[in-house]
Design a protein around this ligand. Sequence first.
Ligand code: PEP
Ligand code: MG
Length: 588
Amino acid sequence: MKSFKEIYREAENKIAGLAAAPGIVIGKAYLFTKEKIEISKSEISNVDEAIGNLDEAVEKSKKELNKIFSIAREKMDEKRAGIFEAQLMILDDPILLENIKERIKSEKIQPEYIVADEISKYQELMIISKESYLKERALDIEDIKFRIIRNLQKKRWESKIEKEMIVVSESLTPADTLLFSRVDTLAFVTDHGGLTSHAAIISRSLNIPAIVGTHNASKIIKDGEIIIIDGFHGYILTSPTQEQIDFFKSKQQRLKELQVDLKEFKDKPARTTDGKIINLEANVDVTGEIDIVITNGAKGIGLYRSEQILNELGEYPNEDEQTNIYEKLASRIYPDVCTIRAFDIGGDKFRLFDYKEPNPFLGLRGIRFLLENKGLFKTQIRAVLKASVIKNIKFMIPMISAIEEIWETKNLINECKEELRKEKVKFDENMKLGIMVEVPSAAIMAKELASEVDFLSIGTNDLIQYMMAVDRGNDLVSNLYQEFSPVIIRTIYHIVRDAKMQNVPVSLCGEMAADTLAIPLLIGLGLDSLSISPATILYAKKIISSFSYEAAKTLADECRHSKSEKEIQEKVIKFFENNNITRTRNII
Ligand code: PEP
Ligand code: MG
């Protein structure tokens, strides 16, 4: 049989991208164009239902806008906040809504078309007005038009997608990725995005193969076309030949057999050949993932990205709802620990409010957002504390860049504890508090920050982005997103050493730990706890059982003194060869 290399060398129908989530899929492409909202003018048969849908969409839009407006008033000057007030006024205009409803009744066509048409008329009136103030607002109300239409289309969107398709799109948000996973999507292909963009992370956690950063796949692939996705090597084959189909079907079969082989590691600890035990925990992004965590034998949850709840629900859950979610999760994994990370809102993730920032990754993200929105933060703290009564919950703060943020957080936690005591609500008085070290300033101050908390967790996804000054989701600079850069290796070494000097446990929960190639190096750098995506846990155990801790330390020492990423990569690959370890990418 031919090798992958030969298959790809001969293939004229290949598109290259970044291998974001492993797996091989053969299936039909579904072209998803999100930005251009298509407005249908088709006829409708049920006028009452259409009017009901319109009312619902307007109500939902109002709710969304009210939330945005209240935050806008707090954060912006009156003039800019006024944009949202104008939008709300349009939604409350009885004449506009009556016109739309009358037309739905008489013309019997999709409400979305009539909404677009009527609001456009509104805009035209504003454009020709003599008031420059009104002229400016004409453009602003474009947003309200699309907000109502989006809310109107929501139902249609879900039913329109066929099940079990390969979603091909220019880009995907974490929320899109989740929604598609609900219709059993087979794989994802995007033109943009890097390996640690949140959409890529979610595909990995959901075990859905993905290829990102293809530049133009959505222009080349046709809707409904049969394609092959190779999430190990980052290639897509369009309209494959019979030879290619046979080749990849045999690889799929091989993969199935290998999964069975890995099962023997489920109940074994992750132990090096010379007896060092590594604590392997799981990153949980989606509530449903907990089953994979348990079946793969992880020793607890090292990172629960709580902001995913917001993606799943589409809104901010109240204290009781949150308590319920955290309690359920923690009791499923009990007696192992469950590390709940406070909402990491902002960057490329879920945004609760529609504010615009020129540099979201350098803006109001993680702890910065939470401290700006203390009410919201306190609701989460209280919910986590309430759930902590079963005593296996740890709480972790994202994006810490200054010690003051820890102090402020501790004050808020103490305030919440005091409130709960007064309310006679029980909680774990000793719930451990930790921080993510994922910003260069925190890495440099690791020792001082460690002295303030109970544990550290290194978030390499962001640490690499901020140390190397490369947007983690931008494929144009992905060559500089180097996890094996000496800069990163030395920084990790420094953080681990500082934490240990303070006797504070340190773990690593970035995707780097799931890149099985990095595991020996990370362990050699002194990490004895890693948190990785559940799907990788069995591979990781197999790898850890193939080398000695002593050899890993020597490897890490050599790498720390290297000058370039290439030099380190070569050393690591040689280590795998010398120890006869098969890399994930080579397993098939
Ligand atoms: C990280 O930055 O490494 C991390 C684990 O957090 P996230 O990917 O959610 O930003
Ligand atoms: Mg992070």
